[in-house]
Design a protein around this ligand. Structure first.
Ligand code: HAM
Length: 423
């Protein structure tokens, strides 16, 4: 039996769970403030949801999907992203019938058969939002604001927010014509992947990291310069609102993203501290035609997703810590003598009944080592139980972060103990 998880997957435990909880809890609070409601979709869908949603010419659909037949031969695919599934659910459950915009968020694992590297996995976690049923550029700015503020609240300082417009169906087609004729004389010099992209999805050539392709693109016409007056007006409004919200951004006129569904506004938040091939912590855009293309009503929409695993990698790299919340206050009872087991159990019962996270470390030999172990295991407080404590009933509760200590009589002043953990 192979005792390792499949390539590109990982077990998440220990401190990574604390980072992950911090990212998820911070985002959940913001989703609530921005009035998004949660949706959970199945981990696999009928393959055509992604083929049609993401686009058959995209790298994801061509090369990266985990597709398999079920026992009745139906083709299923593990979700490589969240948007297509959410759109399917909106149409299936007629979620468009309620108040618009429909604002949904999700926190889900995704699967892409990619070459695993630091920050790039085959199974990874995303948190994302979709705001459906509104074309007003103000919502574009609001969605970008939400993406930006998540990273601000997590403690990031030097991220770059990139924005661009990929135009609408009409002006993009015009642009693609101009782009193809620019590339055409150099097609034979493109890499094998880009030769296919040239036919199926030429804009993806901008994403190629191979030197030869990048050199060919140097003088290429930029989509931003080709968008029609309506798309230009929409984009100008988006940037006007971003200015109003005091959000720093850079217009990157050659930014493209790997999904066919995007129209007009696209954006990414990147870090110079990550390898350029996977420097995006999050990204998204407008997809005005996807819901009607799936047979739903005309519902212009926009959303983004953040890579949770990649965000953890960067937080660790930049020494950005997760902050402890009230719920993280917890006590390790350090029992110095075997004979005090019952006393410790009584104390444990008291703490746990009042909802205070607590644990006992029995037969501690060395207080210094026990304190180190408490810190390593994320306990915020310790209570040492020795002969004196049992006799006097007075507990010393030590705060391991603030290095403060309070002495409280366990039997006579239980409220005082609880107050420490209700601060
Ligand atoms: P995406 O750019 O493919 O967009 O993914 C969003 C984020 O997920 C990336 O910026 C990255 O942080 C993370 N990510 C993507 N692939 C991997 C991987 N293999 N390993 C680790 N992290 C990864 C979407 O998925 C769109 N559905 C976003 C969207 C929502 N657009 C509109 N609505």
């Amino acid at each position: 039996m192979v005792l390792s998880s499949p390539r590109g997957t990982s077990d998440i435990f220990g401190e990574d769970i604390r980072y992950r909880d911090f990212i998820i809890n911070t985002s959940r609070e913001l989703f609530d403030v921005f009035n998004y409601k949660e949706i959970i979709t199945p981990v696999f869908e009928h393959t055509e949801v992604f083929d049609r949603g993401i686009g058959e010419g995209t790298d994801i659909v061509r090369k990266e999907m985990y597709t398999f037949p079920d026992k009745k031969g139906r083709s299923l695919t593990l979700r490589p992203e969240g948007t297509a599934s959410v759109v399917r659910a909106i149409i299936e459950h007629k979620l468009f019938a309620g108040a618009l915009p429909l604002k949904l968020f999700y926190i889900e694992n995704m699967f892409r058969y990619e070459r695993p590297q630091k920050g790039r996995m085959r199974e990874f976690w995303q948190l994302g939002v979709e705001a459906a049923g509104i074309s007003d550029p103000q919502i574009d700015a609001e969605v970008i604001w939400l993406l930006n503020i998540i990273f601000e609240k997590l403690g990031f300082k030097n991220l770059k927010l990139l924005v661009n417009s990929v135009g609408c169906g009409i002006c993009r087609q015009e642009y693609i014509k101009a782009f193809r004729s620019y590339i055409q004389p150099s097609v034979e010099s493109l890499c094998e992947d880009c030769k296919i992209r040239y036919v199926n999805n030429p804009l993806r050539i901008f994403d190629c990291k191979i030197g030869g392709c990048a050199a060919i693109l140097k003088e290429a016409p930029k989509i931003y310069a080709h968008i029609c007056p309506d798309c230009r007006q929409h984009f100008d409004k988006v940037t006007e609102y971003l200015d109003l919200l005091k959000i720093d951004y850079v217009i990157k006129d050659d930014l493209v993203r790997g999904f066919d569904y995007y129209t007009q506004t696209i954006f990414e938040i990147i870090s110079a501290d990550l390898d350029s091939a996977q420097n995006a912590l999050g990204g998204g855009g407008r997809y005005d035609k996807l819901i009607p293309q799936f047979g739903g009503p005309d519902m212009p929409s926009i959303g983004f997703a953040v890579g949770i695993d990649r965000t953890i990698v960067l937080m660790r790299q930049l020494n950005i810590s997760y902050s402890l919340k009230q719920d993280d206050l917890s006590v390790l009872i350090i029992n110095m003598e075997n004979s005090h087991k019952s006393y410790c159990l009584e104390l444990l019962r008291f703490l746990r009944e009042f909802g205070i996270k607590s644990e006992i470390s029995h037969e501690a030999k060395n207080i210094g080592n026990s304190i180190k172990s408490a810190q390593k295991n994320g306990f915020s407080h310790i209570i040492i139980i020795g002969e004196d404590e049992v006799k006097s009933g007075i507990l010393s509760i030590k705060d391991l972060k603030e290095f403060q200590q309070q002495k409280i009589n366990f039997k006579n002043e239980p409220e005082k103990i609880l107050n420490i953990f209700r601060r």
